[in-house]
Design a protein around this ligand. Structure first.
Ligand code: KG4
Ligand code: ZN
Length: 360
């Protein structure tokens, strides 16, 4: 058994987790900073960094405690070092480097978006085969092996991407957002509709009461074969629908609760429509027969059902990330970190943090 301590501080969640063999989660502890940022309507980088500093030590200790894991029981430390807010990332990276040095453990640097792409594999642990750990091919019998290759749709606050995941550590970009990410569009549209931050859950909540066909919002496809995304047009369409064409304020007060719910439902349906159509396009272009879904927006029940339905219709295998690992968490960092450790992909104490990802 290989045990990894994961650390994640790329945005506004301070998180630590202990995961065995890349898929069995022993603890997954997240301290959300939503309360600290809500009154600003978005994440304030300086506030995020300060909160990470104040909380991270205790959160790592709590994750170790909950897993009943001692320092001796940790085989390596995995930390998110990109992409994200550099000031926030640096807190986690510095903590991980310090522990790696003090505990004399190998250090692994994980790309946050690649971890979201791998996250649907978490929880496949029960299917793990009992291969002897000494076998050089033990890695070939990992529980997640049955999942790959797959098309991964990763929908988060900062990214909307389609990947071809050949194995946990061999990932290619098929398409990415050219402007706003899907989660960002949910957050901005929520602000337009006067809903609280974070916008995704708030829109999903009121959309349940609305008619998804009430307003025909644009579905931006960027060309018949394009796997890239654009969600800034729909955001502007919602803005003008609420306030009147060319107007950016004054219209919200005139809307009834029903009209608001209809707008939220129609917006959500249009975004989901684009995400599902592009994913199916990627399947058609690559001949893959498995689709996985990860990222914060994967918490959206309507998206999960729509993608599952599209996969079932085409006889494709589908696996959505378990809800506990949708939004930012350290379990996915420790889980992917395991595969990087197995591949010998280690880093030294000169590890740095970067705002951009390895792939997107
Ligand atoms: O993956 P994540 O936690 O952070 C980033 O890596 O960006 O994703 C956060 C995003 C936010 O934009 C949030 O509004 C969105 O995920 N989100 C949702 C839902 N829950 C979170 N979007 C739609 N429906 C939801 N239920
Ligand atoms: Zn994320």
């Amino acid at each position: 058994m290989t045990t990894i301590l994961g650390i994640e501080t790329s945005c506004d969640e301070t998180a630590a987790a202990v995961v065995d063999d890349g898929c069995r989660v022993r603890s997954n502890f997240i301290a959300s900073q939503v309360d600290l940022h809500a009154k600003y309507g978005g994440v304030v980088p300086e506030i995020a960094s300060r909160a990470h500093i104040e909380r991270l030590d205790a959160i790592i200790a709590e994750a170790m405690d909950r897993a009943a894991c001692s320092v001796d029981g940790v085989d390596a430390i995995a930390v998110t070092n990109r992409p994200g807010l550099v000031g926030a990332l640096l807190i986690g990276v510095t903590a991980a480097k310090t522990l790696s040095w003090a505990w004399d453990k190998p250090l692994v640097a994980v790309d946050h978006i690649q971890a979201h792409a791998y996250s649907p594999a978490i929880g496949l642990a029960d299917q793990i085969q009992n291969e002897p750990q000494t076998s050089v091919r033990a890695d070939k019998h990992h529980a997640s092996d049955s999942l790959w290759p797959a098309i991964a749709l990763v929908v988060s606050g900062g990214h909307t991407s389609l990947f071809m995941v050949k194995s946990p550590i061999e990932i290619e970009v098929l398409g990415a957002t050219t402007d706003d990410a899907a989660g960002e569009a949910f957050d901005k549209v929520a602000t337009i509709l006067g809903l609280p931050y974070p916008g995704g859950p708030a829109i999903e909540r009121i959309a349940r009461q609305g008619n998804p066909r009430a307003v025909d919002f644009p579905r931006t496809m960027l060309g018949a074969r394009s796997l890239d995304f654009s969600f800034s047009g729909i955001k502007t369409a919602v803005l003008y629908h609420v306030h009147g064409h060319g107007q950016t304020s004054g219209g919200l007060e005139r809307l009834s609760t029903t009209e608001l719910a209809d707008i939220a439902a129609s917006f959500q349906a249009a975004v989901i429509d684009v995400l599902v159509r592009k994913t199916m396009l990627a399947v058609g272009q690559t001949g893959m027969n498995t689709v996985v879904l990860g990222g914060g927006v994967a918490a959206n029940g309507a998206l999960r059902s729509a993608l599952e339905e599209a996969c079932t219709e085409r006889k494709l295998r589908f696996r959505a990330v378990e809800r506990a690992y949708c939004t930012d968490n350290a379990a996915m960092i420790a889980a992917l970190g395991y595969h990087q450790l197995q591949a010998g992909d280690l880093v030294g104490l000169d590890l740095d943090a970067y705002p951009t990802g390895v792939l997107v």
